[in-house]
Design a protein around this ligand. Structure first.
Ligand code: ATP
Ligand code: MG
Length: 362
C-alpha cells in the first residue's frame, strides 16, 4: 500500500472531509499489478483542497479536480460528483458536486474501477468490483446501454482494459458497444489514438484487435486490414499495418517510421542496400511482420561494411590531397560512389584500397 497516498487521505480527513483512493490504483493493487497514477475522490471541493495543500497543487486544473504533486508522485483529486448532461456523447457539460461516495461511484465506468481504499488502507467495495475482477469480467456500473451512449470513450476503455488485463466484456456491454459504435466518430483522433496506443502496445494486443473486429468497430475507428494484422512487439509496427496515416495524428518520427515500414514491406529486407538505407530498427520491425528471423537480419546488418557515411575510411581532406584539388562538389559524387560500392561489398573499407580506387577512377 502506498504510504504517501494514505498520508494524503489522512490529511484531507483531518480537515473534516471524506477521501478515498479510487479507480486504477485499488484495481491494480487487488489484481497485483503496478499502478502509475493515483486517483483520489473526496467531498472537499477544489477550493477547499487548495486551502489544505496550498502550493503543492498544480495551477493547471480541470473543472472539479486538482492535481497534487507529493514526493514525486502525482495525485488526481476529484470532488464527488454527479455528471449530469453530456455533450456529443462525451464531456459532461454540467457537474453537480455531491456529498456521498456511493453516488460518485455510480457515475464511473466499470465496476472494477469503483473499488476504494480508505485512509487506514481498508478496501471498500460498494459495487462488487472485487467479484467482477475475480471473474475477470468488465461490467458497466448500471445500465450498459446508457453508460456507453453517454460517453463513447468508454468503448475504447473497455477494450483497453480487456486487452491489458486479459479480461472479458460482459454480454450487455458487448451489445451496447455494438449498438453505439458509430458514436466513436465524436471522439477526437487524439483521444482515440491514446487508447489505441495502449491496446496496440500491450503484449496481448491481438486480443484487442480481435475484439475491435468482433464488436464491429473497424469502420467506426477507420482502421483497415484487421484480418491480416501480424503481431509485432513494436507499437509502430501495428500502426503501420492499419492504414490510418492520414487520419490519426502521428508525430514526425512516427509518420516517417510508418512510411518506411510500408515501403520496406514490399522490398527484400536482406538486401544490403535496403538494410543500409532503412536501418536496423525499421528492418527489425519489418522482419517481424514478414516472419523472417530477427537474428538473421541482425547478423546481416552487423556484417555491413559501413552503417553510415562517416564509417567510410577515407576523409575528404585525403581525397583532395590525392587528386590535388580544392574541396568542391566532386567530393559528394565520390562519397556517394564509395558508399554504394561499400554497401554492396564491391570494395573493402580499407584506407589503402579506397585511395587506390579513387586514384584509378577520378
Ligand atoms: P489507468 O490510470 O490505469 O489508465 P484508471 O481506471 O485509473 O486506469 P483514469 O483515466 O485514471 O483510469 O480514471 C480514474 C477513474 O475515473 C477510473 O478508474 C474510473 O473510475 C473513472 N473514469 C475515468 N474515465 C471515465 C469515463 N470515461 N467514464 C466514467 N468514469 C471514468
Ligand atoms: Mg488512473
Amino acid at each position: 500500500m502506498n504510504e504517501v497516498a494514505l498520508g494524503i487521505l489522512k490529511k484531507i480527513k483531518a480537515h473534516g472531509y471524506l477521501a478515498y483512493l479510487v479507480g486504477g490504483y485499488p484495481r491494480d493493487l487487488y489484481i497485483g499489478r503496478d499502478s502509475l497514477d493515483y486517483d483520489i475522490c473526496t467531498n472537499a471541493t477544489p477550493k477547499e483542497l487548495k486551502e489544505i495543500f496550498g502550493d503543492s497543487i498544480l495551477p493547471t486544473e480541470q473543472y472539479g479536480s486538482v492535481t497534487l504533486i507529493s514526493q514525486g508522485m502525482r495525485f488526481e483529486i476529484t470532488t464527488f460528483r454527479k455528471d449530469i448532461k453530456y455533450l456529443n456523447n462525451r464531456k459532461p457539460i454540467e457537474i453537480e458536486y455531491i456529498d456521498n461516495l456511493l453516488d460518485d461511484l455510480k457515475r464511473r465506468d466499470f465496476t472494477m474501477n469503483t473499488m476504494c481504499i480508505d485512509s487506514d488502507g481498508i478496501i471498500i467495495d460498494l459495487l462488487n468490483g472485487k467479484e467482477d475482477i475475480d471473474n475477470k469480467i468488465i461490467r458497466t456500473v448500471g445500465n450498459a446501454d446508457l453508460k456507453i451512449y453517454e460517453d463513447s470513450l468508454r468503448i475504447l476503455r473497455a477494450i483497453r482494459f480487456a486487452t491489458v488485463l486479459d479480461f472479458d466484456l460482459d454480454e450487455d456491454l458487448k451489445q451496447a458497444i455494438k449498438k453505439h459504435g458509430a458514436l466513436l466518430k465524436n471522439l477526437s483522433y487524439y483521444r482515440k489514438k491514446e487508447e489505441l496506443d495502449k491496446i496496440f502496445s500491450s503484449p496481448n494486443h491481438m486480443k484487442g484487435i480481435k475484439l475491435i473486429k468482433e464488436l464491429e468497430l473497424e469502420e467506426d475507428l477507420e482502421l483497415s486490414n484487421l484480418d491480416n494484422i501480424v503481431s509485432t512487439t513494436y507499437l509502430i509496427g501495428i500502426w503501420a499495418q492499419v492504414n490510418v496515416l492520414n487520419k490519426y495524428t502521428f508525430n514526425n518520427t512516427e509518420k516517417e517510421s510508418i512510411i518506411k515500414i510500408n515501403e520496406l514491406l514490399d522490398k527484400d529486407i536482406l538486401n544490403y542496400n535496403n538494410l543500409y538505407n532503412y536501418g536496423l530498427y525499421i528492418s527489425t520491425i519489418v522482419s517481424e511482420i514478414k516472419g523472417i528471423d530477427k537474428k538473421i537480419v541482425n547478423e546481416r546488418y552487423n556484417n555491413l561494411y559501413i552503417h553510415n557515411k562517416t564509417d567510410i575510411k577515407i576523409e575528404a581532406k585525403e581525397i583532395c590531397e590525392l587528386l590535388n584539388k580544392k574541396p568542391g562538389k566532386f567530393l559528394k559524387e565520390i562519397f556517394n560512389d564509395l558508399e554504394y560500392k561499400l554497401v554492396n561489398k564491391l570494395l573493402e573499407n580499407k584506407k589503402e584500397i579506397l585511395k587506390k580506387y579513387v586514384l584509378e577512377n577520378y
